[in-house]
Design a protein around this ligand. Structure first.
Ligand code: CA
Length: 235
């Protein structure tokens, strides 16, 4: 359904009951959100990577992987807000605790109107938190890797010894966590004159950058190779 207005946000709905998913989808659309629905826990992470949602509405009990496992994985991948949907009230403390780290929860049976209100509240909170000035204290996850405007980068406070090109490459990837860049796009952003380099140049810079991240206590795996596309950074 299109309202002609810009979407309020894109929501990934992970829910194995089609009727519930359909009702949620209708209410989300009426409130101006776009959404994508998957019914199986195993489909949640692939859909997350493909859809890049602003928020995940995650049922706890699912076929395939359950909501707890999925939420932990989402937490490792970055700061996407997660609202857990559960019929087990006694689980709530654990779901919201550090171990699992959902941003909010709704209990089944729920009112779809309430779910949509929660979606709006969590998104507003999340966007406000991300809009904070860079001088403010960073959340623990963001503090893993800090790339500042003066050409310095550090892993958990340990400064990286980077060449100017490696720094620019890191700044581009880190400035858009989770976004895939082709080699060509990366070349365009890190070199003023691209005639002097080839696509393979990027690969060797990525290799060095990965090694330096790992040596400073980070992980080579923070920079993912995406087959036939290029690279993406995830912390
Ligand atoms: Ca379920």
């Amino acid at each position: 359904m299109s309202t002609g207005l810009p979407a309020q946000g894109h929501v990934l709905v992970v829910e194995d009951e089609p009727r519930l998913a359909a009702v949620l989808g209708d209410y989300l659309a009426a409130a101006g959100y776009t959404h994508h629905w998957v019914a199986d826990g195993n489909a949640a992470l692939p859909a997350f990577h493909a859809q890049r949602p602003d928020l995940v509405l995650l049922d706890l009990m699912l076929p395939g992987r359950d909501g707890v496992e999925i939420c932990r994985d989402l937490r490792r991948l970055g700061a996407v807000p997660v609202i857990m949907v559960t019929a087990r009230v006694e689980e709530v403390d654990r779901l919201l605790g550090l171990e699992i780290g959902a941003d909010d929860y709704v209990c089944k049976p729920f009112s779809p109107r309430e779910v949509v209100a929660r979606v709006g509240a969590v998104l507003r909170r999340h966007r406000a938190a991300n809009a904070r000035p860079s001088a403010a204290p960073l959340p623990a996850q963001a503090a893993l890797l800090v790339v500042d405007a003066t050409g310095r980068a550090s892993v958990r406070g340990r400064e990286l010894d980077l060449t100017p090109v490696e720094f620019r490459l890191l700044a581009v990837l880190h400035g858009a966590l989770g976004r895939a860049f082709s080699r060509d796009q990366l070349l365009g952003r890190i070199y003023d004159d691209r005639r002097v380099v080839t696509d393979r140049t990027i690969d060797s810079h990525i290799k060095n950058l990965r090694r330096k991240l790992a040596e400073a206590g980070g992980s080579e795996d923070w920079i993912k190779s995406i087959y036939s596309v290029g690279y993406r950074m995830e912390l």
